[in-house]
Design a protein around this ligand. Structure first.
Ligand SMILES: [Zn+2]
Ligand SMILES: [Zn+2]
Length: 746
């Protein structure tokens, strides 16, 4: 194993004196504790900030990180000693500082942030043997005649007969079978079990594997980025290019230059599982795949990946938010693709925005960061305008592709019959597109069949018993499902309230219902559905995308999953079924977000030689979002958004945090929320909104109240909140969550 010298990154003053047996250190544990714990150093152990150590905690032994000199607050008879330093490169100073920074900014316990770095079970243990499966001799020769086979078993055999050893998890995913099928085959002796160490091949992408022919505009942009890499300094650059302009190929050149310098690259993608085409493009350019990092990878891959990042063996890492916390050995660039995406905001556990934290990470590491988008966020645009960020533009589509033509349908004037959701114009366009053998896409950001089930007799709206939300009908599996918690129930025949039979009606469309409508309009069309319900596994997404690429599908219907950077050359028609979804509600980014996603969806049309067409159905054709789409005037729309935010002093013109109080007991939630409101700070630059019931006032059985604190940019929001909450005692049956820079207002 390669091993870098951990002490080289230490600060002079944080190195502890090994001669002094009374020395103590602060050790941070990956637990949601307020701060580090003090430990004594025995046996002349030499420790430095960032070192990984094992320490006792109660009766357990835990892995922690040396955080610095301690303040000697613990009595000598109570203090415990560090057990040992783990023989592994310590965390770099820049990562330790980053963890402190994220904790302070997001008002989260430092240990909870450290856990995002150290959340790899057994990362420091010697590698363990794993169980692998291979074909049994009997199966190779005779199984077809003597043994009962099923399609599931056949798929397992087919994969194993390719020769490679597979784990149960790999077989399950690749053959799309349950673990019990694999166990059944193994116990019948039809496949062979072996125990051995897993060899995980960490590939090295080659910066000069294949040179893509870039357009003049791409070359210019790539040249600019290469220059930034060669400066080896911290800088922020927005790569602003319309959909289909080839941004990815441009930032690939920045990665190539980083690799030539022997440094590591990190690329953040908002929804990594949805973008298999990205990996094909990467492989074409660099000859091998990058290291993938997200919450769904198996433990042994996680373990070896973490170590490879730490030693520098993994030179390119592509990941979701969590990849930011990996212990890079020599990070040379960070790229945040689709920087405007909300998926970068983490809501569970420590809440943070990965794009914003990536900028901090780059600053502390001292490396450039590139933000790429076709519809940059308002925050990023303002930073470009203030010359805090550089900007590189790609104003035109790649090759001969032209921007799609956009038509609007005013649904108020459209006299569609009951339960018909597609306008005549969109129906005609679908028919003629099918006749001319071109592919179409229908976008509706609503899963299931219908968002509301209503009783015509008593007016009852069928709701989730645990949330203040309607149950959504999923007709394909005869269920009513809550999209906010895991609750589901069989679809009712009688009204659950008045017990009338046949009185329940499905109101409004979801993608399933649109699919039904298209089937009756075009019975011969081959239709695919892309939603999180139909594409649960990574392989099912890949399969669906391959079907579209190979022209096995004529019409794709989907939720926002269809918007994600897919490139389908034969797709020429995009229909947006309900452009107004997402505009309602008190969310400060509702318009901006709608504009971004509609642009992204529209951008799927006509990406190759054939021209694209977009039909947008709306009840609000005069809404600024629709006008901006109609006139292709992103600038005017964003200027209006900027103005609105500035007037209200909303971010980024002011600072904002949400406080969410929740409890199973609604009175307790009210009491704590009122107490928080009563003790709120006040002053000229400070405004408190609430407490008031959250729009989702009941969620998973928890009653929820919300407050917002809004301050001017000059205020230190975090210090205000810390001082505020230091005076409040939160009862144990009430939870309070603080969300700095909130993106969700439900
Ligand atoms: Zn009823
Ligand atoms: Zn629910």
């Amino acid at each position: 194993m390669e091993c870098s010298d951990a002490t080289t990154s230490s600060l002079e003053d944080s190195t502890l004196d090994p001669q002094n047996i009374d020395e103590r250190v602060d050790v941070l544990l990956p637990l949601p504790l307020a701060g580090p714990y003090e430990y004594q150093i025995n046996n002349g152990l030499k420790l430095t900030r960032g070192d990984i150590v094992s320490v006792p905690l109660g009766s357990r032994v835990m892995t922690g990180v040396v955080w610095g000199k301690s303040q000697n607050n613990v009595d000598a008879e109570k203090i415990k000693a560090v057990i040992d330093r783990i023989d592994f490169p310590g965390l770099k100073e820049s990562l330790v500082d980053f963890i402190d920074w994220v904790a302070a900014y997001s008002i989260a316990p430092q240990g909870a942030v450290l856990r995002m770095t150290l959340n790899v079970k057994g990362a420091f243990d010697p590698p363990k043997k794993m169980t692998f499966y291979s074909p049994a001799e009997i199966q190779k020769t005779k199984y077809t005649k003597k043994i009962r086979t099923t399609p599931a078993r056949e798929r397992v055999f087919k994969i194993l007969n390719n020769g490679a050893l597979k784990t149960a998890r790999e077989l399950r995913d690749q053959a799309n079978v349950s673990i019990s099928v694999i166990n059944g085959l193994a116990s019948a002796g039809l496949i062979k079990k072996t125990e051995q160490l897993q060899k995980i091949d960490i590939k090295t992408p080659d910066p000069d594997h294949y040179n893509i022919n870039l357009t003049v505009a791409q070359k210019k942009a790539a040249h600019h980025l290469t220059k930034i890499i060669n400066n080896q300094n911290f800088s922020i650059t927005l790569l602003d290019g319309v959909t289909g302009s080839g941004k990815t190929e441009v930032y690939f050149e920045a990665i190539a230059e980083t690799l030539r310098r022997g440094r590591q690259a990190l690329i953040l993608l908002p929804e990594i599982a949805l973008t298999p085409q990205w990996f094909q493009r990467f492989k074409r350019r660099f000859g091998s795949e990058p290291l993938i990092w997200h919450s769904d990878i198996g433990l042994s891959r996680r373990r070896s990946g973490w170590r490879a990042v730490s030693t520098g063996k993994a030179s390119v890492v592509v990941g979701a938010r969590s990849a930011l916390y990996l212990p890079f050995n020599d990070l040379g660039i960070i790229i945040v693709d689709e920087e405007h995406e909300d998926a970068y905001k983490q809501m569970e556990g420590v809440s943070y925005h990965a794009r914003d934290m990536a900028i901090v990470r780059a600053k502390l590491v001292v490396c450039p960061i590139i933000l790429a988008s076709a519809t940059p966020s308002l925050e990023t645009r303002i930073n470009v305008a203030k010359n805090r960020y550089n900007c590189v533009q790609l104003p035109e589509r790649f090759g001969s592709a032209q921007p799609p033509k956009i038509d609007f349908i005013d649904m108020r004037e459209e006299k569609t019959p009951v339960n018909i959701y597609l306008s005549q114009k969109l129906r005609n366009a679908l028919i003629s597109n099918l006749q001319s053998n071109e592919q179409s896409l229908l976008y509706l950001n609503r899963r299931g069949y219908a968002p509301l089930t209503l009783c015509r007799k008593c007016g009852q709206r069928v709701e989730c018993p645990h949330c203040s939300a309607w149950l959504v009908e999923h007709r394909a599996n005869h269920k009513l499902v809550c999209h906010h918690c895991s609750y589901q129930t069989k679809a009712y025949i009688n009204c659950p309230k008045c017990n009338t039979s046949g009185s329940l009606v499905a109101c409004g469309p979801g993608v399933e219902r649109i699919s039904e409508e298209v089937k009756s309009l075009l019975p011969k069309a081959r239709i695919g559905l892309m939603t999180s319900d139909t594409t649960k596994s990574h392989n099912s997404i890949i399969n669906l995308i391959e079907k579209i690429e190979s022209r096995e599908l004529d019409i794709l219907i989907g939720t926002q999953m269809v918007a994600k950077g897919h490139h389908f050359p034969d797709l020429t028609l995009v229909g947006i079924v309900d452009a107004d979804i997402g505009l309602s509600g008190g969310d400060l980014r509702a318009s901006e977000r709608t504009f971004q996603v509609l642009n992204q969806v529209a951008g799927r049309a006509g990406r190759a030689s054939r021209p694209g067409r977009v039909i947008v159905q709306t009840y609000e054709p005069e809404h600024p979002v629709m006008l901006a789409m109609a006139h292709g005037d992103r600038e005017a729309f964003m200027r209006l958004e900027e103005k609105n935010r500035k007037i209200g002093e909303w971010p980024p013109y002011g600072r904002l945090a949400a406080i969410i109080v929740s409890s199973k007991n609604s009175l307790a939630a009210d009491k704590t929320a009122n107490e928080i409101g009563r003790t709120a700070p006040s002053g000229p630059g400070i405004r408190i909104l609430g407490p008031s019931p959250a729009p989702l006032s009941l969620l998973r059985g928890q009653h929820r109240r919300r407050l917002l604190i809004k301050t001017s940019r000059e205020e230190s929001l975090q210090s205000l909140i810390r001082a505020w909450f230091s005076k409040i005692v939160i009862p144990s049956h009430v939870k309070v969550r603080i969300d700095v820079d909130p993106y969700n207002f439900l």
